[in-house]
Design a protein around this ligand. Sequence first.
Ligand code: ZN
Length: 64
Amino acid sequence: MGYMKCAICKRVLLGIPKAEKLRFLPKSMKRVSRKYGGYLCSKCATKKIKEEARKIIKKLKGIK
Ligand SMILES: [Zn+2]
């Protein structure tokens, strides 16, 4: 196994250790604490979070 890649742009995720080294590290270091850490790169995660925020705001406005 190599590096983890972003699910959207396939860019190698930085801040995540190589798979072979994972067993030597504590659990808390295996994932980036940010939402979508270890799944999306920071750019795509920010985009996705913004999209979600927009959807939530739309819903909230609909209720009022
Ligand atoms: Zn990405």
